[in-house]
Design a protein around this ligand. Structure first.
Ligand code: UGA
Length: 477
């Protein structure tokens, strides 16, 4: 099918690349000339594993342009995947969405197209987008739009860092529309994914046991609400385990084992129960805020979602409290931060807990040194004014530092020469804010080991030997 994608952020670029790989003719439009030039040269503006490789495989089917006139006129399916960043009052800024809808109406020249909202948009936006498209079509062409456009919502569930496999080997595809023609077109478009009939790329092998992917077809409003409810539920899971983590710390329980112990109940599930610094990124914070705001428009409060947000914000504050309790005075201290991206396998720094923690420490008079395996360039260009010291290696971060915070659990941080690093620090203190490090090993290497949720331990003290690891007891499935 002839597909147009408006917006080349994570969602647009992943969707466009996957659809082109599956054999559709895809043109991606973005107003950012620098980004488009980069994409035309086969490079990616974001760090996403295997994206450049899949773009290369899809080559003949994938084009990039800044000009709506090269993409929209004869497209059969037009995806809107522009950003909907939060505005100062928390509600999503719909400027780009409205510009895209108008651009579609202005440039479309065919008999029929499905306009698909893939951006996360407030519930009810589908109808609004439809009216903008029709209105601008009529203004431009001087005739009625009639049945020329059908509007659909097709929410995205990809995670940064695993965006391509989340899309190609999806858990489900959700399509919402009040127009049967839209549902039919999207069914045809996604058929290779639904039936899993495509040959998986060698670098992204099909996960074992994956069968047909379920298609959920709904009305417009239900699809829009599914997106918000899914993100809110995942955010709740994280905040729930972080809340339990506070109690675990008080009673001396190990939150990692507690998470395993509850997660193996199939009704609960083990995923998204990793306690620590909580969520960051461009989605959970924005979407939970929008859900609460939408509910309040209908006179409803959403106490569970609101509490999840509050717990999440508190986790970042707890890092400062923990350091304060340990070091007593923060002013004049040097604190190292390992990991800046909001999670591993991305260079995305939007609402990254590490960045906020660095800012809080600087406000308290600390010198802050930072390191990230892939996000340093982005950090320098987006937060160059923060006044932290950017380091090329973990070694550099450690030299003369009073404490080290693990803020992003990049796998390469798990296996460092800890003894050597401890010897370089002014005081060998590590705050594992992601519960990702080997506590016993760190303690053996001479570190005072802290967490913000769960089991701690101090250098020199015996490691809790009476705790039989679940693995050793042969209980771990
Ligand atoms: C999230 C959702 O997982 C996707 O399904 C959704 O499509 C996307 O938002 C979106 O709306 O666009 P993403 O933000 O890329 O994806 O990343 P996640 O893997 O969900 O992680 C979000 C944050 O939660 C990260 O900061 C991560 O460190 C944190 N997290 C995740 C935890 O603290 N604990 C966990 O157990 C899992």
């Amino acid at each position: 099918m002839n597909v147009c994608i408006i917006g080349t952020g994570y969602v647009g670029l992943t969707t466009g690349t996957c659809l082109a790989f599956l054999g559709h003719k895809v043109t991606c439009v973005d107003s950012d000339e620098k980004k488009i030039a980069l994409l035309q040269a086969g490079q990616t503006p974001i760090y996403e594993p295997f994206l450049a490789e899949l773009m290369a495989e899809a080559n003949g089917n994938l084009r990039f342009t800044t000009d709506y006139a090269e993409a929209v006129p004869d497209a059969r399916v037009i995806f809107i995947a522009v950003g909907t960043p939060p505005s100062p009052n928390g509600s999503p800024d719909l400027r780009y969405l409205s510009a895209a809808a108008r651009g579609i109406g202005e440039h479309f020249d065919g008999d029929f197209a499905v306009v698909v909202n893939k951006s996360t948009v407030p519930i009810g936006s589908g109808n609004w987008v439809g009216s903008l498209v029709r209105e601008s079509y009529e203004q431009q062409h001087g005739c009625k739009a009639g049945q020329r456009f059908a509007v659909a919502s097709n929410p995205e569930f990809l995670r940064e860092g695993t965006a391509l496999s989340d899309s190609l080997f999806a858990d489900r595809v959700v399509v919402g529309s009040d127009d049967a023609r839209a549902l039919e077109a999207l069914y045809t478009l996604y058929r290779p994914i639904l039936d899993q009939t495509f040959n998986a790329p060698t670098f992204l092998p099909r996960p074992e046991g994956i069968g047909a992917v379920p298609l959920i077809s709904t009305d417009l409003a239900s699809a829009e609400l599914i997106k918000y409810a899914a993100n809110a539920f995942l955010a709740l899971k994280i905040s729930f385990i972080n809340e339990i983590g506070h109690l675990a710390e008080k009673v001396g329980a190990d939150i990692v084992q507690v998470a395993k112990g509850i997660g193996l109940d199939a009704r609960i599930g083990t995923r998204f129960l990793q306690a620590g610094l909580g969520w960051g990124g461009s989605c959970f914070g924005k979407d939970t805020a929008a859900l609460v705001a939408t509910a309040s428009e209908y006179g409803l409060s959403m106490p569970i979602v609101a509490a999840a947000r509050e717990i999440n914000f508190r986790q970042r504050e707890r890092v400062i409290e923990k350091l304060l309790a340990e070091l007593k005075i923060l002013k004049g201290r040097t604190i190292g931060i390992l990991g800046l991206a909001f999670k591993p396998n991305t260079d995305d720094l939007r609402d990254a807990p590490a960045v906020e923690i660095a800012r809080k420490l600087i406000q308290r008079g600390c010198k802050v040194k930072v390191h990230d395996p892939v996000a340093m360039d982005r950090f320098r260009s987006e937060h160059g004014d923060l006044g932290v010291i950017c380091c090329d290696s973990v070694d550099q971060v450690c030299v003369d530092s009073d404490a080290l915070i693990l803020a992003t659990e990049w796998p390469q941080y798990r296996d460092l020469h800890w003894e050597q690093l401890a010897s370089k620090m002014r005081s060998a203190i590590v705050l594992d804010a992601r519960n990702a490090l080997d506590r016993d090993r760190l303690i053996r290497s001479g570190f005072r080991f802290l967490t913000i949720a769960g089991l701690e331990g101090s250098s020199g003290l015996p490691v809790a030997e009476n705790v039989l690891p679940v693995e050793a007891a042969g209980l771990l499935v």
